[in-house]
Design a protein around this ligand. Structure first.
Ligand code: PLP
Length: 430
């Protein structure tokens, strides 16, 4: 059989990039086969280098909430690019975007733009450690906060799928300052604060976990984190890189009505361009240079083209408020999948919050990393490959969230459901 163009491109890329990719999960290592090299996207569709079309449920890992190449955003980006690609100076537009973010997430009284979620988290924990004069960080197993040294401990996302939840190259002295607890475990967090409350600088959490698949917080979990941190003089950092402007315009903190001290944003806020944000209480952000002694900077921070994409995306989201419709559409979609699986006799669990969802091949509730890891990953791989052949692109990993965009219409989803039914039936016969 003739090799596909993506396969040939992958071979060439392996001579250039480590593992042939610029981010590990893209390699398809978790699902086998070769990665599809995408050449264009429009709305809910992407086309690979061979011209095959897919309904995309990966959506640039959640960044493209308005679908691929939305006309308004592309026009804004084009106009900005014509004016200049980068100045390395403040611009009027970055304040406009900052103002929109401040209005949407009032907890972000002051903020900073950076270029990736990793950078946002790295900077937020530096501020937290400086402001509290403490060093210990608390995170939850299966949560991913970018490839920040201190937080690549029992990490989710690609680190989890590739069995590298604890990365090499991180000094033990640094990892020792990170405490890792099970997500949704109230007793564990109470116990830790009881023992070590005085040395904890911050608790960082994905308020709706989405990097071990989607795991909603149990009733009372985030509330307990809020009250314990307050009681012990520690800070609460919400990593809303996925949930910000995704589960609600004001992110998970608005949806769940919990106010963190610091917040990290990425993905949707940059409208598909490299832009991320960290920010929070004014007294904390005043620690950042030039106001204070915490150094953080970036040549391309607040890049005008990325800012134009973010501004246009958020303005559109604000104007159209698609969240209820996205929620209803995704609910309808996953209900159909659940019914199909039940008729076929396959055990699945779908966890969902708004347009954020994960299908686990699991016959018990999936509430934390331990239950996630009881899922049948061989089934996911077979399901993923069967769907790929039928023009549906899921995240190439059993432990990632899938996303709907505002362009995933009922007609498109019905088409996806036909392929999903065939893939599930094939699985039940294997
Ligand atoms: N935090 C969360 C919750 C994420 O999901 C990610 C990336 O997926 C990051 C941080 C890191 O963001 P980036 O990949 O832009 O560095």
């Amino acid at each position: 059989m003739k090799a596909r163009k993506s396969e040939i491109l992958y071979r060439k890329a392996q001579e250039i990039f480590s593992g042939g990719v610029n981010s590990p999960v893209r390699s398809f290592k978790a699902v086998g086969g070769f990665p599809r090299f995408m050449s264009r996207g429009k709305g809910p569709w992407v086309w690979d280098a061979d011209g095959q079309r897919y309904i995309d449920f990966c959506n640039s890992w959640g960044a493209t909430i308005l679908g691929h190449s939305p006309t308004t955003v592309v026009s804004a980006v084009t106009r900005a690019a014509r004016r200049g690609l980068s100045f390395g100076t403040p611009t009027e537009m970055e304040s406009e975007l900052g103002h929109l973010i401040q209005k949407a997430l009032p907890s972000m009284a002051r903020m900073r733009f950076v270029s990736s979620g990793t950078e946002a988290v790295m900077s937020a924990i530096r501020v937290a450690r400086a402001a509290t004069q403490r060093e210990v960080l608390v995170k939850f197993s299966g949560c991913y906060h970018g490839h920040v040294d201190s937080l690549l401990v029992k990490a989710g996302s690609g680190a989890l799928t590739l069995s590298m939840a604890d990365s090499a190259g991180i000094p033990a002295s640094l990892a020792q300052r990170t405490r890792v607890l099970p997500y949704n475990d109230l007793e564990a967090i109470k116990d830790l604060f009881h023992r070590e409350g005085q040395s904890i600088a911050a608790v960082i959490v994905e308020p709706i976990a989405a990097n071990m698949g989607v795991i909603p917080p149990k009733q009372g979990f985030l509330e307990e984190l809020r009250s314990l941190t307050q009681l012990h003089g520690a800070l609460l950092i919400f990593d809303e890189v996925i949930t910000g402007f995704r589960v609600a315009y004001g992110g998970a903190q608005t949806l769940l009505k919990i106010t963190p001290d610091l917040t990290c944003l990425g993905k949707v806020v940059g409208g598909g361009m490299p832009l991320a944000v960290y920010g929070g209480r004014r007294d904390l952000m005043d620690w950042v240079a030039p106001m204070g002694p915490v150094y953080q900077a970036g040549t391309l921070s607040g890049n005008p083209v990325a800012v134009a994409a973010g501004l246009s995306t958020l303005s559109h989201l604000k104007k159209t408020s698609p969240y209820k419709a996205l929620d209803q559409m995704t609910a309808w979609f996953v209900k159909n999948i659940e019914e199909m699986a039940s008729e076929i006799g396959l055990s699945i669990r779908i966890n969902r919050v708004g347009s954020l969802w994960t299908l686990f091949f699991n016959n018990a509730p999936v509430v934390d990393l331990t239950s996630v890891q009881r899922s049948n990953t061989a089934h996911y791989t077979a399901f993923f490959q069967a769907l790929l052949d039928r023009g549906v692109y899921l995240p190439p990993s059993p432990f990632e969230a899938a996303f709907l965009s505002t362009t995933h219409s009922r007609a498109v989803l019905k088409k996806a459901l036909q392929s999903i039914e065939k893939a599930l039936k094939r699985l039940s016969l294997s």
